[in-house]
Design a protein around this ligand. Structure first.
Ligand SMILES: [Zn+2]
Length: 580
């Protein structure tokens, strides 16, 4: 007799063994075993990108010596495209796939292995079986030599730190692992346990970091009203020079410079990075553009909303430090001025709309070339500026009742927690409008989808501030190029003197009007706007003299200053904005 239950196939069990017999040569050896199979063939795939970093990185390029067997008997495998292997599994129920992964790129979204540690960015390490991304898996790690710690948000199995489990591939691919002898410290913030894994040493003070990181975390929880994690892991890679971060659901990976913690600016910079990546656990990891989840690991995932997902996170990374009283109001205004100067000085801000900058991140933002400064604008920088404009608009329009915080919380509650899906463009716009109490079509047409010059003073005036250009009166002449320390042109500014008269990127400037160049800062000494100079350059090994008519240096150097006799309403908006 056969029961109905017999017809239900047993779930496929998936496990990985990770060993490091050649850690010193930057290899991990992976064995992936699937049991309970009942299918004629199996396709295993490597993601092409790491969510949060919008570039196809082709992680399969680091795989070698892939083979498959069943209980030791070899199985035929065929590579059918750049990141997929097909295995004949007819008549068998279990398969083991073995491969090596080369890992020698220490960044927040790639993997690195040497004798001192392994950082496994999981999208580039673990193959997944096609059609089974919702399956759980287990990862067994055999550490190399003296490695004795694993830092990851993947849960341990039966208390074994070297055996971790993921309920599905979205979680596995969202949970990097740091394995080695890292310096680990931990702390609790209102019921959530935080672990910080420091690799590479550094002049950090653990006790001070515990206090200040907790302040940052509390200020962020206050925006969204809840901390959805019970455990959260910071993996920090300290190097001679390092920076950047990548967000995950319950962890993050940060880059820091070993010596940055002791200086006030360096320390605040680190906390700002902490604030940025931790803010993402809500903004983009949970409250997300509809295109960013469930992820397509095979292709680009296009969205016009990175100015919210990244730009607002960049806005909050500094604002949170102010709200946590780590930054002074002046520190914060300086941070904001930095973003404004970056946006306004870049010619590309007048070429590429903000929504398009987001959409084209895959081919432009993440693939810059020598002309990018002229053709694009970062959705981080302009997104942060737009975040400020909308925050001020909402505070002003609601007479101090609401701020951008209320929009973020409302969107989180409505779409992540309520509808359990991502948001569309129109839905986020409606969220702003709900709290501003008015339509924002004009704002979107100008600043999100259009190229209008930003009317900063309209918004800053709400808080009794104004924007001042400290270079407004300068008549300094300029060649309109940026050079490196070897006097080689790295950027020719759109519309500037060098652009008009034909200076090129990679030209080495050797003389101006027969005076050899020793100090780039002094090459136009005694010249004025409108003068014609002969610029001698070396281009492709040849000496060329190029006549250039000098233009006014049209760089901006803004600062935000208080207006005199601010009204009570302006002061109230300022108080709400900066939590004075
Ligand atoms: Zn970010």
């Amino acid at each position: 007799m056969t029961s109905a239950f017999a017809a239900v196939p047993a779930p496929v069990k998936i496990s990985y063994n990770v060993t490091f017999p050649e850690a010193q040569a930057h290899y991990a050896d992976i064995e992936m075993t699937l049991t309970g199979l009942a299918q004629p063939s199996l396709e295993v795939k490597m993601p092409v990108w790491a969510p949060g970093s919008y570039l196809v990185r082709e992680f399969a390029k680091n795989i070698e010596s892939l083979s498959a067997n069943t209980k030791g008997k070899a199985l035929a495998t065929t590579k059918i495209n750049k990141n997929t292997w097909k295995i004949n599994t007819a008549g068998i129920s279990s398969v083991t796939v073995k491969y090596k992964v080369y890992a020698f790129e220490l960044s927040v979204r790639t993997s690195f292995i040497d004798a001192s540690h392994a950082f496994l960015s999981t999208t580039g390490i673990f193959l997944y079986p096609k059609g089974m991304v919702s399956s759980p898996s287990t990862v067994h790690i055999k550490p190399y030599k003296d490695w004795n710690k694993v830092s990851t948000s993947l849960e341990p199995v039966n208390g074994d730190i070297f055996t971790r489990t993921a309920p599905n591939y979205d979680i596995l691919y969202d949970s990097p692992l740091e394995i080695g002898t890292q310096d680990v410290f931990d702390f609790d913030v209102d019921g959530t346990h935080y672990e910080v894994a420091m690799y590479g040493g550094g002049n950090y003070d653990k006790e001070r970091l515990k206090v200040d990181m907790a302040k940052v975390i509390r200020a962020e929880v206050a925006v969204f009203g809840e901390n959805p994690n019970k455990h959260y892991t910071f993996i920090v890679h300290n190097k001679q020079r390092n920076g950047g971060g990548l967000e995950h659901l319950s962890s993050t990976v940060l880059g820091a410079s070993r010596d940055q913690y002791a200086s006030p600016g360096g320390y605040r910079g680190f906390l700002s990075l902490v604030a940025h990546e931790h803010f993402h656990l809500w903004n983009v990891k949970r409250l997300r553009p509809i295109a960013l989840g469930p992820f397509d690991y095979d292709n680009e995932n296009y969205t016009t909303n990175l100015w919210i997902a990244e730009g607002f996170t960049a806005y909050y990374q500094n604002l949170i430090l102010r709200h946590a009283d780590i930054s002074t109001p002046q520190d914060y205004l300086n941070d904001m001025t930095g973003d404004i100067n970056t946006v306004e000085n870049q010619p590309g801000t007048r070429v590429q709309p903000l929504a398009e900058s987001s959409f084209d991140a895959w081919i432009k933002g993440y693939r810059p070339n020598e002309n990018s400064y002229n053709t694009g604008i970062s959705y981080y920088d302009k997104g942060a500026v737009v975040g400020m404009l909308l925050d001020l608009e909402i505070i002003n329009d609601s007479n101090g009742k609401y701020s951008l915080d209320d929009v973020m919380k409302y969107m989180y509650d409505t779409y992540y927690k309520g509808k359990k899906r991502g948001y569309t463009d129109a839905e986020f716009k409606a969220g702003f409008e709900k709290f501003a109490g008015k339509k924002l079509d004009d704002f979107y047409a100008k600043y999100i989808n259009g190229l209008d010059a930003i009317d900063y003073n309209k918004y800053l005036n709400y808080a009794g501030y104004k924007l001042v250009d400290n270079l407004a009166d300068t008549q300094e002449p300029s060649l309109g190029v940026f050079t490196n320390s070897r006097k080689i042109i790295t950027t020719v500014l759109r519309g500037g003197a060098g652009w008009v008269d034909g200076l090129n990127v990679n030209d080495e400037i050797t003389a101006v009007d027969d005076t050899p160049v020793t100090d780039m800062g002094a090459i136009l000494k005694g010249k004025k706007v409108g003068d014609k100079v002969n610029v001698t350059v070396t281009r492709d090994g040849q000496r060329i003299v190029i006549p250039v008519t000098l233009q006014r240096n049209n760089a901006y150097k803004y600062s935000i200053t208080e207006i005199e006799n601010a009204s009570p309403k302006q002061l109230a908006v300022r108080k709400k904005w900066l939590k004075l």
